[in-house]
Design a protein around this ligand. Structure first.
Ligand SMILES: Nc1ncnc2c1ncn2[C@@H]1O[C@H](COP(=O)(O)OP(=O)(O)OP(=O)(O)O)[C@@H](O)[C@H]1O
Ligand SMILES: [Mg+2]
Length: 312
């Protein structure tokens, strides 16, 4: 009987394939790099092999966020062909939380002051793509921190990836810029490119509560639906968390140093949601303990909302 089930599972399990995910934002400083790093470690804890690519060339900092001191080589060495992929990748040990031994994270560090991907010439591009093709057999998920803004260098990652996470915070400026990204992506936000579904998904970072995050996502989705005829999927949120700020200052991976912090729990929930979308996995959501908003504050927030909505 056990044998039967085992055989059944083996035949039913679809072959593993590589999923590509880029993380971008309209406004800078909204938490893309921290989310990219934490999400990679969370997916590894679920048994996935992840390669995290610092594609925010010129402004790369994932090495610092991952606690790597002085990465010897970076993506520039791949572009000029002076180093191989295996010499450049920085590997991290699996954590004790890991549910499977197979999970792992490797970082492909970026460099400071490098040319953007969009500005590389054909030869550089060819060498880079050739070298990168070695990642195919090494990973289940390629996570790319693509940077901020609506220039070609950022948007091209969204065009090319299977999935794109657009990060925003509840700040009005960040919400406006997130909408700008959706608008700039145009139909590519929902269409498939060469058979690859380029699904656009929203993550609200630095939220004070799940409710605030859902309201932000609703606003963006409504505007997008109304003016662009379609809307990104709301993947989830990450609460504002001092533990994360402290870890950044200490050059530590917050997901590893504070695995039970609110931000880490939120990121694990994001990872679970991604695995559900990509692989049909059924991972239970963890509860986040939110600090209660003061009665006076929540009263005024509701009041402002009613007044504001009534005026429109
Ligand atoms: N959930 C959070 N809670 C508290 N602080 C946060 C959170 N997320 C990000 N931050 C703060 O925001 C800062 C910027 O984060 P991060 O570098 O990840 O942003 P970014 O979008 O990658 O920025 P850039 O556009 O410059 O690449 C962090 O150093 C941290 O202090
Ligand atoms: Mg960044």
């Amino acid at each position: 009987m056990v044998q039967d089930n085992k055989q059944k599972n083996q035949t039913n399990t679809p072959p593993q394939r590589l999923h590509t995910l880029s993380i971008l934002s309209g406004k800078g400083g909204v938490g893309k790099s921290n989310i990219a790093a934490a999400l990679s470690f969370a997916l590894a804890d679920f048994g996935k092999r992840v390669v995290l690519i610092d594609a925010d060339l010129g402004m790369a900092n994932l090495d610092i966020l991952c606690g790597v001191n002085n990465a010897r080589y970076n993506i520039a060495h791949l572009i000029d062909g002076s180093r191989s992929l295996s010499e450049i990748l920085v590997h991290f040990r699996t954590s004790q939380r890991a549910t499977s031994q197979n999970g792992a994270v490797a970082l492909l560090p970026g460099g400071v002051g490098l040319k953007e991907i969009a500005d590389l010439d054909d030869n550089d591009m060819e060498r880079l793509f050739e070298a990168m093709s070695g990642l195919e057999s090494l990973s289940d998920y390629l996570i790319m921190d693509a940077g901020a803004g609506i220039h070609k260098g950022v948007l091209s990652f969204a065009y090319a990836s299977e999935m794109t996470i657009l990060v925003t915070t509840p700040e009005p400026t960040s919400i406006r810029d997130a909408y700008g990204v959706i608008k700039s992506l145009g139909a590519a936000a929902w269409e498939s490119v060469e058979g690859v579904a380029t699904g656009l998904m929203l993550v609200v970072n630095m939220a004070n509560s799940s409710r605030e995050a859902a309201e932000v996502a609703d606003r963006i989705r409504l505007a997008s639906m109304q003016f662009l005829g379609n809307a990104p999927v709301y993947l989830g949120y990450v609460l504002k968390d001092e533990a994360l700020e402290r870890s950044v200052k200490a050059r530590k991976i917050f997901y590893r140093t504070n695995p039970d912090s609110n931000a880490s729990i939120c990121v694990r929930n994001l990872a679970g949601e991604l695995l559900r979308i990509c692989e049909g996995a059924n991972i239970k959501r963890e509860a986040v303990i939110e600090t209660q908003e003061g009665t006076v504050r929540s009263f005024f927030r509701r009041l402002a909302k009613t007044l504001f909505n009534d005026k429109k």
